[in-house]
Design a protein around this ligand. Structure first.
Ligand SMILES: *Cc1c(COP(=O)(O)O)cnc(C)c1O
Length: 361
């Protein structure tokens, strides 16, 4: 026994999408919504360059990157903060805004990190019901209390793939009390070609009670380098800068991110690739009565309610063949469904062939 005392947290730790299968050397990982096409060749050049000074500390303010972001997204560089993944920005926001007894509203099936970081700082997480696995503005508003400090929302949401259209999300902001910060996570914004969609950044660049999250982990293909950013009112950014670990983003991540922003060709290629294969796979799955959400980001939520196989069964059979999908029961508590990331051409074909052979039997 020791006398050391520390908090006993009652939280479920985040379980990432699996990346390995026992006894198999090579697997096809379609469980973490990573980029199907990796990263831009421009980034590769940076990663291979000889004048990377690893012995130096990185620029703690990510200045050059913030300038590049502000050019690309036509926004103010002084309202940007960079983090080791948008993850770290979520964590810093929770540290800044929340104390014990404060309340945070998250949609029932929203991305897990919002509830995890909120609980770590002792806040109470209030779940807003969804309708058909889609965020409901009314249900969020119903949950507002005197203690509400933050509302977190991923748009489109992971893992459901549904999204609030621009009118719905504008309504939410309008009706939310002005001293509640609405945090909109644009992680998949680049993939979205749906005509009724607008990113949080595009809609609310100048609003005082909105904070936007962006990441380099998805379409830019830099998940392992850990880099993302937040955009909000200057006072909030200044306060976050006091909390931020001094050298939170490595030099190589900053350089790679700068280059990734410059390669528009690679980005549009990735978007096209995603739409083509999302359509193909959605149609393919319907042959087996596996329903999915309407196409939005670089993943599909597969619903097995009408299928002769249970999701778990399908998951295990695929796993045996070395193909890994994301269970939605862990953490999200969504039953009889699976999340599938749209992969490279070769991976998608292998997934479809494996599925075909599973259902043939
Ligand atoms: C993948 C994802 C992120 C990205 O997190 P990073 O920490 O930037 O890698 C953020 N939000 C959502 C909803 C995601 O699905």
């Amino acid at each position: 026994m020791t006398n050391l005392r520390f908090r006993k947290l009652k939280i479920d730790a985040y379980k990432p999408g699996k990346s390995q299968v026992k006894k198999l050397k090579k697997v096809i990982k379609l469980s973490a919504n990573e980029s199907a096409l990796g990263f831009s060749p421009k980034v590769k050049k940076v990663l291979l360059s000889k004048n990377l000074n690893f012995f130096r500390y990185p620029d703690g303010k990510s200045k050059r990157l913030r300038i590049q972001i502000s050019k690309k997204f036509k926004c103010n560089k002084d309202r940007i903060i960079c983090g080791a993944g948008s993850d770290e920005v979520i964590q810093m926001l929770c540290q800044l805004f929340l104390r014990e007894d404060d309340e945070v509203i998250v949609p029932q099936f929203s991305f897990l990190m919002y509830r995890i970081y909120s609980k770590i700082v002792g806040a109470k997480v209030i779940f807003a019901k969804e309708k058909n696995y889609k965020v409901s503005v009314d249900e969020i508003l119903k949950k507002v209390s005197k203690k509400t400090k933050l509302v977190f929302l991923a748009n489109p949401n992971n893992p459901t793939g549904t999204y609030l259209n621009k009118f719905e999300i504008i309504t939410l902001r309008k009706k939310l009390r002005k001293n509640i910060l609405l945090v909109i996570d644009d992680a998949y914004a680049e993939y979205m070609k749906n005509s009724d969609y607008k990113s949080g950044l595009n809609l609310f660049k100048n609003k005082k009670n909105v904070f936007i999250l962006r990441t380099f982990s998805k379409i830019y293909g830099l998940a392992s380098l850990r880099i993302g950013w937040g955009y909000g009112p200057k006072e909030i950014i200044n306060a976050l800068n006091l909390i931020k670990p001094p050298f939170n983003v490595s030099e190589i991540a900053q350089k790679a991110a700068i280059e990734s922003l410059k390669d528009n060709k690679f980005i549009s290629h990735s978007i096209k690739h995603n739409i083509i294969y999302a359509k193909k796979i959605k149609k393919f799955l319907s042959k087996y009565n596996i329903d999915t959400n309407n196409i939005s980001a670089n993943f599909l939520l597969l619903d097995f309610s009408n299928c002769k196989l249970k999701s778990k069964n399908f998951y295990l059979k695929l796993k045996k063949k070395g193909i890994i999908l994301r269970s939605t029961e862990d953490g999200y508590k969504i039953k009889n469904m699976l999340r599938l990331t749209i992969g490279s051409r070769a991976d998608n074909i292998k997934f479809m062939q494996a599925t075909e052979s599973i259902f043939k039997k």
